[in-house]
Write a protein that binds this ligand. Sequence first.
Ligand SMILES: [Zn+2]
Length: 274
Amino acid sequence: MSTPAILHQSPAVGAPARHRSLAGVLEPLDRIAAQSASLIANHDARFEVDGRTYELPRYLYLGPDHGSDPIRIGIFAGIHGDEPEGPQALVEFVRLLEAKPELARGYVLFLYPVNNPTGLEDGTRLSRSGRDLNREFWKGSKEPEVQLLEAELTAHALHGIISLHTDDTSHGLYGFASGSTLTEHLIEPALRAAAQVLPRNQNEIIDGFHARNGIIREGYEGVLSAHPEIRPRPFEIILETPRSPAFLKQAALVVALQSILLEYRKFIAYAPNL
Ligand SMILES: [Zn+2]
């Protein structure tokens, strides 16, 4: 059998380096939203950079039986523009929810697939203003992306915040746990489940922080989180995939997200009896 011709094609000579386009990430989500009663797209959060208009895309996923006071979880991806697997994992996760809506029973999910649109376009960690947006939260940042996200975090009073990242300096999966004391009971099973796909980083020091079983309980100042004065604290999980093929990073993040929804629903079910 001959190899499909497409495998022999090389990039056009002289073509500029191509980075991910915002439209390319959002197209599959918008296609699902157009025909799904569960996924609602919102493209109204806009801001200007050097005379060009960008948007901070927002999607709402309504799980079955979410009721009038649903469990509200925010999932955030792409705040570092050079980590496109997070946005892609969120797209894959929505595809999974469309196939298996039961996974989101009782939940309303606030999905932010691209938190740094200029960085995604440029293929850079920083936004085009030269800022690491994930060090700017709750300190009066003038960055429009951060202001928009802070408004979302304030408006939705989330029970949980999950941020998707990749760290190609790591040989294994790890995560940051903060917020509610419950967080560690969610991140541990999430990393265990994702170990089907990618191994865990068992180092005692990861990214300069003390870690145990791939879990770091400190963190950088100014990362995307609930407002510091919000009580009770939501659970806050940052997931970091290691260097590996993109499809494995995405698969590990999707498995971890499934695990967190499953475990948190169990907790909610038992909470009235505590
Ligand atoms: Zn990152």
